[in-house]
Design a protein around this ligand. Sequence first.
Ligand SMILES: Nc1ncnc2c1ncn2[C@@H]1O[C@H](COP(=O)(O)OP(=O)(O)OP(=O)(O)O)[C@@H](O)[C@H]1O
Ligand SMILES: [Mg+2]
Length: 280
Amino acid sequence: MKSLIKKVQKQTKMSNILNKRYILKELIGEGGLCDVYKVDDLYDLHFKYESNIVAKIPNSKLKEHKDVSTLLYSEYRFLRKLNHPNIVKVLDFGIDKKSNIPYIILEYIEGKLLKDLPFFEMSKKFKLDIFKTLVKTINYLHSNNIIHADINPSNIIINDQNHLTLIDFGISKSIKNEEEIELNYSNVKAYNPNYCAPEILENELPTIESDYFSIASICFELFTLNNIKINNNKVILNNILKVPFLLRFWFKRNLMYKKSDRTVKKSNIYEKFLKFFYFS
Ligand SMILES: Nc1ncnc2c1ncn2[C@@H]1O[C@H](COP(=O)(O)OP(=O)(O)OP(=O)(O)O)[C@@H](O)[C@H]1O
Ligand SMILES: [Mg+2]
């Protein structure tokens, strides 16, 4: 093992190895806050296995932020609690001893970002599958007391078999405030303004309702091929007739401007019907 480390260190710049273990390879993704690299784990190299993992590390803007390691550690803590086929799995967190750079190691998700897929070429069935999967996945998240807080088409990966994976729990929140890690986003422009609920832009904290708003706004775009618009404290839903008939009320309710207008009683007969036919 030692000789392998030495050999790799000779071939690779020391700054490209995190904690003498993860060798950074190509850059595969750039978010607003972090860069994501394919990496090789030295142990996998030693035992001659493929790694199929990535490292998420702060980009140059975020590196200056004082909470940078807390942000990544918070993402690690949330993901470690979860085990769901449509949520990316986390493997490790660390802070590189030499450079002080914090990182998380995640499974590599093959596929394309939803934002890069041509919505106009997708079948209605596929769109419906995306909608159902997203609802089921955030129901699972919420039942584990976690709010994702940044669901948007750059944080959803879809592979060749049409399997969907939700990524990027960098600004997620705990519903019950238990185990909450104190985060200071004040210098970090974190939310995607095109898909987040209007109250988030007014600096309110994310909620279950705001996660639903984001999913509704993504899927509204999927079905109608146009974004929702917000004007004079109203959400404008152009072309809503392109949304499947039985789901229209769900979209209207979850895309209400005021958060309090979005909540419904679980006993509501329409909710029960949706749960049975769509989200079971
Ligand atoms: N596990 C993964 N497998 C493959 N690609 C990934 C993975 N995680 C992230 N990516 C890629 O890296 C990009 C940035 O990752 P991520 O969204 O987690 O970073 P971020 O800086 O927190 O993003 P944001 O701008 O949404 O805040 C993603 O859009 C995606 O293209
Ligand atoms: Mg992202």
